[in-house]
Design a protein around this ligand. Structure first.
Ligand SMILES: NC(=O)c1ccc[n+]([C@@H]2O[C@H](COP(=O)([O-])OP(=O)(O)OC[C@H]3O[C@@H](n4cnc5c(N)ncnc54)[C@H](OP(=O)(O)O)[C@@H]3O)[C@@H](O)[C@H]2O)c1
Length: 336
């Protein structure tokens, strides 16, 4: 079967179409035909060797894909050929608090990922695809949308009417905007691009601030909103001090990403004076994904796809993602 892999050295220009033996499903497993994938910033870090320079090669990259069941292994119940499914990001993390093993066994590194025409997965490590989504849209969900869900719901304890701040117009943030609006929250936004702020308002954001032209955007968001209840922070070092300035008394900051760097000097006084809770998180379990899909189905939400490349152009697609000019998700179609 054909796969896309990094084999000898890291780099987006090192991705190659390669042949691997046809996989067969064992007991409790499903053989999937993969139809589409979506890219996350993590995939770019992985392929360029920044995420884990010691990652053994060859590796089939990318964690997020959508497919359909071709064959069920022995003892599988509840699935049949042609069922549309999505492999979960951490295949052994089904429910509850993760342990190190569950967090270390994730698709697209260290485990082989979804850029493959055929994939064998444990039947308990997939969720059903929301029926109204096409394969490319559905492929957007496993990492970015589950992360946004966990930041908002599981750790952020979002309540109707809460004010939420989302940062930039990448995958996690646009999902956070859509999901927060669907749950009755008031969404505030920052972006480096005024045209993206306009699009975020069209998606339901009440207002936004350009973080390039207003470097003290945290104070500005606080002034306009009265202080937000929850920040989904994807900028990391570049944004955390300003996130702290934007949040109101008793607010929460869910620290998700490091797009603007992984370290920062932070004035801790507002943290305790404002009784702010700072929470890091890593994607989420299968149960979170199922709860997310219930909301997506009920509200008929559709992921925002910026652009879809052919899977043989995965390197160019990853470079496009890393350039940060997208609005929403960058995807790949996996042709037969
Ligand atoms: N913890 C987890 O489980 C988890 C899961 C998924 C992702 N992540 C992390 O979350 C971050 C976002 O991932 P993603 O896949 O959504 O990324 P992405 O799609 O590549 O997001 C790119 C966008 O982020 C915005 N951005 C870039 N630098 C920024 C900064 N300094 N401040 C504010 N916004 C900035 C830009 O938006 P504008 O052009 O509008 O400014 C850019 O277009 C990454 O660091 C990723 O590794 C973590």
């Amino acid at each position: 079967m054909k796969v896309i892999e990094i084999s000898e050295s890291f780099g987006t220009d090192r991705l190659r179409l390669a042949d691997r033996p046809e996989p067969e499903p064992g007991d409790g497993q499903l053989l999937l035909k993969m139809n589409a994938a979506s890219l996350n910033y993590r995939d770019w870090l992985m392929v360029t060797g920044r995420y884990n320079p010691k990652q053994p090669l060859p590796l089939i990259p990318c964690s997020d894909g959508s497919g359909e069941v071709l064959e069920c292994g022995g003892g599988v119940t509840g699935f049949a050929p042609r069922d549309r499914v999505l492999p979960i990001f951490a295949p052994r993390w089904i429910e509850g608090k993760p342990d190190r093993e569950k967090l270390r066994t994730t698709l697209g590194g260290p485990l082989d990922g979804v850029l493959t025409r055929r994939m064998v997965v444990d039947a308990d490590s997939v969720v059903r695809t929301p029926a109204h989504l096409d394969d490319v849209e559905a492929a957007c969900l496993p990492c970015a949308a589950v992360t946004a869900w966990n930041a908002l719901v599981v750790h952020g304890e979002l309540a109707e009417g809460d004010r939420v701040l989302v940062q930039g117009s990448g995958g996690v943030s646009i999902f956070a905007l859509q999901l927060a609006r669907a749950m009755g929250a008031e969404v505030w936004a920052i972006s480096s691009r005024d045209e993206c702020l306009a699009r975020m308002r069209e998606l339901g954001a009440v207002d936004g601030v350009n973080y390039k032209t207003v470097p003290e955007w945290g104070r500005e968001i606080r002034k306009r909103s009265g202080g937000v209840d929850l920040v989904v922070d994807v900028g990391g070092g570049a944004t955390l001090p300003q996130s702290l300035a934007a949040v109101g008394l008793g607010g929460r900051i869910c620290q998700v990403g490091n797009l603007g760097g992984g370290s920062v000097e932070l004035n801790l006084i507002p943290l305790f004076m404002q009784q702010v809770r700072l929470q890091g998180l890593l994607v989420g379990d299968r149960c979170s994904f199922e709860a997310l899909n219930d909301l997506i189905e009920n509200k008929k939400l559709r992921p925002i796809v910026d652009r879809t490349f052919a899977w043989t152009e995965a390197g160019a697609a990853l470079d496009y993602l890393a350039a940060g000019q997208q609005f929403g998700k960058v995807c790949l179609s996996i042709e037969e």
